[in-house]
Write a protein that binds this ligand. Structure first.
Ligand code: ADP
Ligand code: MG
Length: 731
């Protein structure tokens, strides 16, 4: 019965590391080799074309068709020299991951039937019509315009994967609605740039551009390919729907930062080698807390590029893992009882003059600017804490948040004692105080004698979903499988809207004759008071915090479909319309997709769980039960009744226990199927998702409970699925 499992375990345990030679060249020598970057542009484009292209990417100038034609010609030449034969528009639909449709470069020289040449035009570079009808659009393309198209994003460089030139693009409907993640992100980045530049100019008139930066940390699990293949739940849902905790899991805390297992080290080296060729500056690699859990992180970069790099790395990881006979799990909670995986998003803003807007400065003026951006971020996160939570929420991530190792499903901000003290002092200063800029310097007295570097890693609080870490905020609630665009799009949008508001308020005060610094201080003071409830430096895992957060009025909803409501609240729609990033229609359409995706995920999990329980677990349980029954009978044949009873007491108890678990599993699976049937009849996406959340999902834990109990009873030789100790400790 269990020969499949044993074969897989044996295969996995025998596996040796795949040999990955250490490259002879230094990373700097092959870095960016597969990317059409400035170095390649200089080689393949005329100086004029290159300058116009850079102007478009740096300053947002419009690119005309002529330029696109020249760029396409240069890009084609480079790609063909690199061995590419195909090209694709690479885009980020509202499903997970990226999408691509490959076309060959070939075309007839003249009439059909004549010779062919390799051809690629500016038109093909700029725009393409994928057969997009099967991408989710929340009904936008059904009701209005049946087509969607992809359009080139020149700010993210093209790259080559194997034989294909990949061109990063946005994906929009012909009526202009965003059908992807990239479009609203680009718009939010442009909004935060404009709004932040205006605010920066209150402090330094030389600022012309503000960049948003992102440094992500990608957590993931590795599982041997053979073991993965013998777990249908991993195969179809990327997580284990059953499995009793291993006797040893992470309690010894011996995995975190431990020596990297040789097979994994080879995989990591391979990933780094490949990533460098794509110009992705991977910097850190280490073991994570859970067994077989790991992390990699690059040096931060401009947000749009960094998001694309993350998506590219995720697909590289999947590809390279196969070569190493691993399956990489990006799911937020693949195993119960051990840590889940997140993707911390380190976020900051910085000017073209080289100033980090969340970096405490050396002069009083810089510090006033620092406090300004801090206060605006606090208010923005406070006002939109429910929306920020929606931006990171998914069926998968719901298992991780609040599960005792990850931030709870409540957004709060950790600032640390030093920054808190500075802000509290500002709040305490009375309105009559004529605070001079010099006094702000005084306010820093408590920390000014500490070298800058020490401010960096001050009291880190791992339980906070949104933590200030010295020169940036770390948004830790983002899930490991997520597209960072979702969280980064919302965060940059809410901050942009807030900065606009701030500038307006400052201007009004100054028009009324109030001195600039006083005006800024007044507003900051008010912001800090208003946003006080979002600040929390305590233990985010504790039950007291949940209670307190509720009292503070923070969003504590845990139902995923209801959390999505925040995307279409009046407040959210007003915010997005103010900065022109998403319309009410787009927000509603996108939510349809979110609810639908949620429903489908739960639906698939429910089916797999039902199938595994009925067709894998119960037959084995019954088989073992009859072995015990057989034994019982034989006892009675050999011994007198009294003695036989005594000797087979344990067997009798087990037989009963097995029967009870089997019956509970059957009943609950039946009821779950019924609940699904009822939910499936609902045709309003939101209601359907709520029904799946409220009436289908609750069965998962009950069914699993009984299956996991059976795992403890049934003969190990017979158990059909690789156990946690095998999945988590073989690598
Ligand atoms: P941690 O201690 O949180 O694990 P890491 O050094 O692993 O820190 O990762 C921190 C991430 O934050 C890296 O990607 C790093 O490049 C990035 N980072 C550092 N400074 C900034 C900044 N000012 N803005 C955005 N990201 C930053
Ligand atoms: Mg971190």
């Amino acid at each position: 019965m269990s020969s499949l499992r044993f074969k897989a375990v044996e295969e996995a345990s025998r596996r040796l590391p795949v040999e990955v030679p250490i490259p002879k060249e230094l990373p700097s020598e092959y870095y960016g080799k597969y990317v059409f970057n400035k170095k390649q542009m200089a080689k393949y484009l005329s100086k004029e074309t290159m300058n116009l292209l850079l102007e478009a990417t740096d300053k947002g100038a419009t690119l005309n068709r002529d330029i696109a034609e020249h760029v396409a010609a240069g890009m084609k030449m480079w790609a063909i020299e690199m061995g590419a034969t195909h090209y694709t528009h690479w885009f980020q639909p509202l499903t997970e991951g990226t999408a691509e449709k490959h076309d060959s470069f070939i075309d007839y020289v003249g009439k059909p039937g004549e010779d062919i040449i390799e051809s690629f035009s500016g038109k093909l570079l700029a725009q393409q019509e994928p057969d997009a009808s099967s991408f989710p659009s929340g009904g936008i393309r059904n009701t209005f315009e049946a087509r969607g198209y992809t359009a080139w994003d020149p700010s993210s460089p093209a790259f080559i994967i194997e034989d294909t030139l990949c061109i990063p693009t946005v994906f929009i409907s012909y009526t202009g609605e965003a059908l992807d993640y990239k479009t609203p992100l680009l718009k939010a980045l442009s909004a935060v740039d404009k709004a932040a530049v205006e605010v920066c100019r209150l402090f330094d008139p030389n600022v012309n551009k503000v960049f948003s930066y992102l440094g992500w940390e990608q957590e993931y699990f590795l599982v041997d390919r053979a073991l993965y293949d013998s777990r249908p739940d991993l195969n179809l849902t990327d997580r284990t729907l059953m499995g009793h905790t291993s006797a040893k899991n992470q309690q010894l805390e011996d995995h975190y930062f431990g020596a990297i297992p040789p097979r994994v080290a080879a995989f990591m080296r391979d990933i780094e080698y490949e990533a460098y060729k794509y110009g992705i500056p991977l910097k850190t690699r280490h073991n994570e807390v859970a067994p077989n859990q790991f992390e990699l992180a690059p040096i931060f970069g401009e947000t749009n590029l960094s998001v694309d790099e993350n998506l590219l790395v995720m697909s590289l990881m999947e590809r390279i893992a196969l070569k190493h006979n691993f399956k990489v799990l990006m799911h937020e909670k693949p195993f119960a009882g051990v840590n889940g995986s997140g993707k911390h998003n380190n976020w900051s803003l910085g000017t073209d003059t080289g100033v980090g807007l969340f970096t405490p400065g050396k002069t009083a003026n810089q510090n006033l600017q620092f406090v300004t951006f801090l206060a605006n971020t606090l208010v923005a996160v406070y006002k939109h804490n429910a929306l920020l939570k929606a931006s990171i929420m998914s069926a998968n991530n719901a298992h991780r948040l609040g599960a005792n190792e990850a931030p709870p499903a409540i957004i709060s901000v950790f600032l640390g004692s030093q920054i808190s003290a500075v802000l509290d002092k500002i709040v305490e200063s009375s309105d009559d105080d004529d605070i001079t800029v010099d006094e702000l310097k005084e306010m820093r007295l408590g920390i000014s004698h500490i070298p800058q570097v020490l401010i960096d890693n001050t009291d880190r609080n791992r339980t906070s979903p949104f933590a200030f870490t010295g020169n940036r905020f770390e948004f830790r609630a983002v899930g490991s499988s997520a597209n960072c665009s979702s969280a980064m799009g919302v965060l940059n949008a809410v901050v942009a809207a807030q900065l606009l508001e701030f500038k307006k308020e400052v201007d009004e005060k100054m028009q009324n004759g109030i001195k600039k610094e006083t005006a800024i201080f007044d507003i900051i003071r008010q912001y800090l008071k208003e946003s006080k409830p979002i600040r929390f430096d305590g233990n985010g895992y504790s039950d007291e915090w949940k209670e307190e957060a509720k009292q503070r009025g923070l969003d504590c909803e845990t139902s995923v479909p209801l959390i999505f409501d925040n995307y279409v609240s009046e407040q959210t729609i007003a915010m997005y319309e103010k900065i022109n990033v998403l319309s009410a229609r787009e927000l509603h359409a996108r939510n349809e997709v979110k609810w639908d995706t949620y429903t489908k995920k739960i639906q698939i999990e429910a089916r797999v769980l039902g199938d595994l329980s009925m067709n894998h677990i119960i037959p084995v349980a019954t088989q073992y039960q009859s072995v015990l029954l057989d034994n019982l009978y034989k006892m009675r044949a050999v011994f007198d009744e009294e003695k036989a009873k005594k000797l087979s007491k344990e067997d009798a108890t087990l037989i009963e226990e097995i029967a009870e678990h089997i019956s509970a599993i059957k009943t609950n699976v039946d009821e779950m199927v019924e609940a699904r049937k009822v939910a499936n009849k609902i045709d309003i996406e939101r209601e359907k998702a709520i029904a799946y959340h409220d009436t289908v999902e609750p069965f998962f834990e009950v069914i699993r409970y009984h299956v996991d109990k059976l795992e403890l009873i049934i003969d190990n030789q017979m158990w059909p699925l690789p156990k946690y100790r095998e999945l988590l400790f073989i690598s």
